[in-house]
Design a protein around this ligand. Structure first.
Ligand SMILES: [Mg+2]
Length: 97
């Protein structure tokens, strides 16, 4: 996982999109994820796209990659990222329990 994070950080450094464009790209990928979910669930009017579970998984990864690239545009600190994930995870756990 550590090497993957380093690779994502490196790709982010080479990304030519502006911060705003990366934000729009993130929305696009979220939309693609929703489209894949609707097709996977054969929601009315969406089954014809014939997207399945693998497509949903791939779109989720697209969302994660763009979100991480956006994050690394704003911070180079892995430690800060880990601390923020722990903080948010803790909040989530408190809501569930
Ligand atoms: Mg995509």
């Amino acid at each position: 996982m550590e090497q993957l994070i380093q690779d994502i950080k490196q790709m982010s450094a080479h990304e030519k999109k502006t911060l705003e464009q990366m934000g729009l790209k993130l929305s696009e990928e979220v939309g693609e994820t929703n489209q894949a979910i609707l097709s996977y669930l054969k929601a009315s009017g969406n089954a014809y796209k014939q997207l399945g579970l693998d497509d949903v998984k791939e779109e989720c990864v697209d969302v994660m990659l763009i979100a991480l690239a956006l994050y690394f545009r704003l911070s180079e600190s892995d430690d800060e990222l880990k601390a923020l994930i722990r903080k948010k995870l803790k909040k989530w756990q408190e809501k569930v329990n």
